[in-house]
Design a protein around this ligand. Structure first.
Ligand SMILES: *Cc1c(COP(=O)(O)O)cnc(C)c1O
Length: 224
């Protein structure tokens, strides 16, 4: 199936309140344009260098999301245009984003990444670390970042019950933070969970944003 057909099929099965991030990492601009030409506007990348090459070469109204592990010293290369950073798991990183956003006279949207998988290779906060971060004076003084919600990755497994459990945990984390730290903030409204292999389960558990790569663009030659 073509990229356009894949997108159409995914969109036809995903509820309207769930946003689709087309994960275009490793894929050429021609693939991105094919998706763009059937209406897709949100694309996800996980390498700063790749994003630096793609962004100026592609239409201006694309919303670029950074979905990988971001290094503080590279934020400056994407700060002028990045629309959402999914993987924030350290206050230091948030401070660096804040600093670069300020230089660009912007407020950059961010998601807090939580560790929900059983694999310990995956990045992310736990709830206590998040609470400490959100209560800190350093956090309260940052005016150029906006926490929009949470992000997480489930374990890579065939065990659907486990995947359901992990996504449910992320939804509970979101609900907790919403009640205790963002109660009157209606912009705290994003739960980024679900990839090609597990997005229907994530939607069942309350995902509002799915990050889908290989189901749209085909398998990648190298994997993150
Ligand atoms: C690569 C990647 C995806 C997309 O993975 P697919 O399985 O190809 O859909 C989603 N989220 C993150 C964080 C990724 O690195």
């Amino acid at each position: 199936m073509s990229i356009a057909e894949n997108i159409k099929e995914i969109k036809s099965t995903v509820p309207a309140h769930v946003e689709l991030v087309a994960v275009s990492k490793t894929k050429p601009n021609s693939d991105i344009l094919e998706a763009y030409n059937c209406g897709q506007r949100i694309f996800g990348e996980n390498k700063v260098q790749e994003l630096q090459l793609k962004q100026p070469a592609l239409p201006d109204d694309i919303q670029w999301h950074f979905i990988g592990h971001l290094q503080s010293n590279k934020i400056k290369y994407i700060a002028s245009f990045i629309s959402l950073i999914h993987g924030v798991d350290k206050i230091k990183l948030l401070q660096s984003i804040n600093k670069e956003a300020k230089k660009n006279n912007r407020i950059i949207d961010c998601l807090l990444q939580f560790h929900i998988a059983s694999e310990d290779t995956k990045f992310g906060l736990n709830i206590d670390e998040a609470k400490a971060m959100l209560q800190s004076d350093v956090f309260k003084e940052m005016h150029h970042i906006k926490i929009r919600g949470v992000m997480g990755m489930a374990t890579y497994t065939d065990d659907k019950d486990q995947i359901h459990r992990e996504f449910r945990q992320l939804k509970e984390t979101f609900d907790y933070l919403k009640q205790n730290h963002f109660e009157s903030d209606n912009q705290f409204n994003i739960i980024s969970m679900g990839m090609s292999g597990d997005y229907p389960l994530a939607i069942d558990e309350g995902s509002t944003m799915i990050r889908v790569g290989s189901r749209i663009f085909g398998s990648r030659n190298y994997q993150k």
